[in-house]
Design a protein around this ligand. Structure first.
Ligand SMILES: [Cu+2]
Length: 274
């Protein structure tokens, strides 16, 4: 990659995913190619202003330009664009959409992501690694994701809002959906974006390669509060994640986390039937 980077000059955020450099390379090549085209066509434009100025051509020439130079230039542009598409874009895309090593990977880190006006929520399977079933009928203030209370797999599931925690270096699969309109879960540092579509659960996959806190933005104009639909992706070590998971699971399931402690206060007695 050239040391003089158009990507950097345009303010690209640092890459934090394994595949991101491929995207950056392609962007850089496209930017340089576009810069070259811009300069080339600008020079040609200035040349034509001079060459065909009225003072040089007092009489109209009905035969036009006889030279084949511009046709050759056009043809080479087509060749370069074909090389970009077939030689770079398509192989990179083919590599990206092949998610076998992620989707069929038992060790992959999995989270569900739910977009809504105007927030991002995340559903973690908890220490057992199995997601509990969800159903909109169970959604309430204390159960914002609608986790089925009758499904034992959901007993240790927990949720977070506006902040997703993932583990550095682990293959990561995030399944994305929306509760209302179309949003787009965009991770500029991971060079990833995927529309969140109501009724669909669409996976994205990548491998984070550095720890830190990275922006999440909604990449699809989704309503009046769209601008506020941002969050943070915290990439941390496995130990840090385990500690956070333990803390969150305990906070959200106080009874399950402290079986030996004093029993939780009894639920208020049901009001007598009238
Ligand atoms: Cu949105």
């Amino acid at each position: 990659m050239p040391s003089l980077s158009i990507n950097k000059a345009l303010g690209i955020v640092p890459n934090a995913s394994e595949h991101g450099y491929l995207v950056d390379q392609l962007l850089e090549i496209c930017h340089w190619f576009m810069a070259l085209l811009f300069v080339g066509w600008s020079c040609y434009f200035l040349y034509t202003l001079w060459r065909f100025h009225r003072s040089r051509n007092p009489k109209a020439d009905y035969h036009g330009v006889q030279s084949k130079a511009s046709a050759h230039l056009e043809f080479s542009v087509v060749i370069i664009e074909a090389v970009l598409l077939l030689g770079f874009a398509m192989p990179i895309w083919a590599k990206r959409i092949n998610g076998d090593q992620y989707l069929n990977n038992a060790d992959a880190f999995r989270v569900h992501c739910i977009g809504e006006q105007f927030a991002w929520s995340f559903h973690y399977p908890g220490p057992d690694g199995v997601f509990g079933k969800t159903n909109a009928a169970f959604i309430s203030a204390s159960n914002p994701l609608g986790i089925d209370p009758n499904d034992p797999a959901g007993a240790d599931d927990f949720a977070s809002k506006f902040e997703i925690h993932i583990v550095n270096q682990r293959p990561t699969v995030i399944e994305i959906t929306s509760r209302d309109v179309i949003h787009s879960f965009a991770l500029p540092h991971m060079r990833m974006a995927q529309d969140a579509i109501p009724g669909s659960r669409i996976p994205i996959w990548f491998r984070p390669i550095r720890t830190g806190s990275f922006d999440i933005i909604c990449g699809q104009l989704c309503g009046s509060g769209h601008y506020g639909m941002r969050g943070q992706m915290v990439v941390e070590t496995q130990a840090e994640f385990d500690a956070w998971q333990k803390e969150q699971s305990a906070l959200q399931h106080p009874a399950a986390a402290t079986p030996a402690a004093a029993p939780a206060p009894a639920a208020p007695a049901p009001a007598p039937a009238k």
